[in-house]
Design a protein around this ligand. Structure first.
Ligand code: NAD
Length: 461
């Protein structure tokens, strides 16, 4: 196993820190201590667990500026977007705190004069949580906040691109009064993740990352009869119908949905289908909008597009552009790397795309969008569903009934009407097909960290 991670600032390409990866023996010790900590934590009153999670949330907000700067340094996310992520993630904490009493309490499922039947929700135990770098607060909170509230202990492996953010989580939980070893950050890379899933017998494995890694994790966890949950990638479509009222506004919303966080969102809009009657006008507004995005140093307040977090993505984007152009796409904007230190790519708009092109089929995860015209709703539905992914899909129309008929036919875990690229704590976040297995958020996402015990009680002999 490699012994160190190099932390590289994606905006400059400079190595700014080196962190030690724990050895296999050290990981085994961390897991053993976490298991021991479970004995007390699992029976700690929920009120106390809630108090600690609430304090953690407060401490994150109190340290917002420092944490946002750190996130920007690790990922290249524009500073205003880093602050926004941290601020908005707090909503998830508050949501889980609000619902915990209700959904973790035992329920009476049946009762008559002879018997009483109850459902109790017990914690799973030791959770291995392997996370991604693109929204470490949001996707981290989706897992470890409900897991801890439900009485589990967590081994949290942040991405190798956001290890300092992961260490901050551990420190802030300590400061919030969380007992030792209930939440442990394990610094590491893919090999560390593989070790955690292959060698550490946990009671649940919760992963967020790419489909390719998700498939390896399924393999690595095989023969384990515990919950394995995968939040994976997407190739999320949007459809613009011919009856939209304000095409400019729709184009602006979709440009933001495609380019926010440099397109590095699991639910970023990755392909757009536009009714042919409004296609040309849509392209005009869309390009105008993207041209207005300010690209530059992610520490600047006005920057909207920074560098990509991972250098390797540049090759994928370059390949997708070349493939699309060779098959007849029209390049309306961008199309190439920006020649400066760090991982920079021009915001890229491709029109007249087709499903023969990689840009319409494979996750781009960068500042690039493929657009094509469609003759009617039926064609839009067929093309939107022509993907192995199934995370989200958006429909823009002025007619809610028409939009609902379309949304009912879309094979995704989330559908949006006149909005896109959005996550709410109140409803489940789940992917179909290559986008994942299981769910987070909503009350289902709290109970995902529990197992039921059925009590069948005879009232009298
Ligand atoms: P990734 O799959 O490269 O890495 C994710 C995590 O897995 C990292 O911590 C990495 O160290 C670890 N890992 C790598 N190889 C492993 C292995 N063999 N065994 C165990 N762990 C291993 O993904 P990424 O680049 O960090 O994140 C981007 C991907 O995540 C995109 O595909 C994006 O769509 C997806 N994502 C999905 C959601 C969602 O909610 N569905 C949210 C955010 C990101």
């Amino acid at each position: 196993m490699e012994r160190y991670i190099e932390c590289i600032n994606p905006a400059t390409g400079q190595v700014w820190d080196t962190l030690k990866i724990p050895s296999a023996v050290e990981i085994e010790i961390m897991a053993a201590k976490a298991r021991e900590a479970f004995q007390d934590w699992s029976v700690t009153p929920l009120a106390f667990r809630k108090q600690i999670v609430a304090r953690f949330g407060e401490l994150v907000q109190e340290n917002l500026e420092h944490l946002a700067q750190l996130l920007t340094k690790e990922t290249g996310k524009p500073i205003t977007q880093s602050r926004r992520e941290i601020r908005q993630a707090d909503r998830r904490i508050r949501f889980f705190l609000d619902i915990a009493d209700r959904y973790l309490a035992p329920e009476v499922a049946y009762e008559d004069e002879k018997v009483r039947e109850e459902i109790a929700y017990e914690p799973l135990g030791l959770i291995v949580n392997i996370s991604a770098w693109n929204y470490p607060y949001n996707i981290g909170y989706n897992v470890f906040i409900p897991a801890l509230l439900a009485g589990n202990v967590v081994l949290y492996k942040p991405s190798e691109y956001t290890p300092h953010t992961g260490l901050e989580f551990q420190d802030l939980f300590r400061s919030a009064g969380l007992p030792p070893h209930v939440f442990t950050t394990i610094i590491g890379n893919g090999q560390t993740g593989a070790y955690l899933t292959e060698r550490i017998p946990a009671d649940g494995y919760f992963f967020t990352g790419s489909h390719a890694t998700g498939m390896k994790i399924l393999e690595q966890c095989r023969k384990r009869t515990v919950p394995i949950q995968l939040e994976l990638g997407g190739k999320d479509p949007a459809y613009v119908a011919n009856d939209v009222k304000d095409l400019r506004k729709v184009a602006a919303a979709l440009a933001d949905g495609a380019f926010y966080n440099n397109g590095q969102s699991c639910c970023a809009v990755e392909r757009i289908y536009v009714h042919t009657e409004v296609y040309t006008d849509f392209l005009k507004h869309f390009v105008q909008e993207v041209k207005g995005f300010i690209l530059g140093d992610p520490r600047n307040e006005s920057t909207y597009i920074g560098p990509l977090t991972r250098a390797a993505q540049l090759d994928i984007l370059e390949r997708q552009v070349a493939d699309a152009l060779s098959k007849g796409a029209r390049l309306l904007l961008g199309g190439k790397r920006i020649p400066r230190e760090g991982n920079w790519f021009e915001p890229t708009v491709l029109a007249d795309c087709s499903h023969q092109m990689e840009v319409m089929k494979e996750e781009s995860f960068g500042p690039i969008i493929g657009i094509m015209g469609v003759k009617d709703d039926e064609e839009a539905i067929n093309l939107m569903n022509d993907t192995p992914y199934g995370l989200t899909a958006a429909v823009y129309s002025s007619n809610p009934d028409r939009a609902r008929r379309i949304m009912e036919k879309l094979n995704t875990g989330t559908v949006y009407f006149n909005m896109c690229d959005r996550v709410s704590p109140y409803v489940p976040w789940s992917g179909r097909g290559h986008s994942g297995l299981g769910l987070t958020l909503s009350y289902h996402g709290l109970r995902a960290f529990t197992r039921t015990k059925s009590y069948q009680l005879l009232k009298s002999n």
